[in-house]
Ligand binder design. Structure first.
Ligand SMILES: NC(=O)c1ccc[n+]([C@@H]2O[C@H](COP(=O)([O-])OP(=O)(O)OC[C@H]3O[C@@H](n4cnc5c(N)ncnc54)[C@H](O)[C@@H]3O)[C@@H](O)[C@H]2O)c1
Length: 254
């Protein structure tokens, strides 16, 4: 699956899933630029040989600057991967801090809107333009104690499906990817917070998370990157407006 000649920007890709997506599409031949909130956050991507730009996805001016850099450094854009996202606060809804609620939406959905708005002039000049928005299994299912995260990821699916209709006649494909629990430091933080909220041992909550999926194992960053690679390239030519699950068949979230 070659992405030779494709120019791709991945937001929030200093580390985690975004970094792996950037590496995999780069290794498939694409020219890649990544963004993250600070030089420090970008450091693992820089160490992996990726070019990076500091841009907070929740700040429209910084996102506009990022797209200017995309034009300057890549000479155009074929694929926008809206990966930047935060877990948001965990707790019963009436105890959630309102600023933390708003921050979750600022990064997880407003950030995707800013990126699409400022990337579209570039994407319109591409031969095979597409947008990939990171949602979550929590964007298909309800999740107790994680209402801001789940609501923001459902918003990503609504944004994706609406954009796919709005941009379809220009040949721009738009898809969301919905990973289940991905192994890594972020999910361990989420599990710790859930264990504390429920007053139960971390091991018990880890087991609950593993058993969310029929395959009874965590998703890996490679599983997510492989789907982004497929849907971004020629194989994804007729795929648009979909919320694609990569979750080992997750039917209930804890
Ligand atoms: N980890 C999971 O289990 C999981 C499951 C489903 C969906 N997702 C989604 O996948 C995406 C990546 O998740 P991850 O697990 O790699 O997260 P992570 O926290 O490990 O990494 C996210 C990266 O985004 C960056 N970031 C945070 N806020 C940002 C901002 N305002 N602007 C730019 N960059 C910012 C961070 O610095 C970090 O480098 C997110 O959208 C997340 O919601 C993750």
């Amino acid at each position: 699956m070659s992405l030779d000649g494709y120019r791709i920007v991945v937001t929030g890709a200093g580390s985690g899933i975004g970094l792996r997506i950037a590496e995999v599409v780069r290794d498939a031949g694409a020219d890649v630029l990544v963004s993250d909130v600070s030089e420090q956050a970008l450091a693992p991507a820089t160490a992996a040989g990726l070019a990076g730009v500091v841009a907070d996805s929740s700040d429209e001016a910084q996102v506009a600057h990022l797209m200017k850099q995309v034009q300057e450094q890549l000479g155009g854009l074929d694929v926008l991967v809206n990966n930047a996202g935060i877990a948001g606060p965990t707790g019963p809804v009436e105890e959630l801090d309102s600023d933390a609620w708003r921050r979750t939406f600022d990064v997880n959905i407003h950030g995707q809107f800013y990126a699409v708005k400022h990337a579209l002039p570039l994407l319109r000049r591409s031969q095979d333009p597409s947008i990939v928005n990171l949602s979550s299994a929590a964007g298909r299912l309800g999740m107790s104690g994680r209402t801001p995260y789940s609501a923001s990821k459902w918003a990503v699916v609504g944004f994706t499906k609406s954009l796919a209709v709005e941009l379809g006649d220009e040949g721009i494909r738009v898809n969301a990817i919905c990973p289940g629990a991905v192994d890594g430091p972020r999910i361990r933080g989420v599990i710790d917070a859930k264990a504390e909220m429920l007053g139960r041992p971390v091991e018990e909550i880890t087991d609950l998370y593993l058993n969310q999926s029929s395959l009874r194992r965590f998703v890996t960053v490679d599983d997510v990157a492989a789907l982004v690679l497929f849907v971004s390239g020629p194989g994804g030519r007729m795929i648009s407006g979909q919320a694609l699950a990569v979750d080992g068949n997750t039917e209930k979230l804890y």
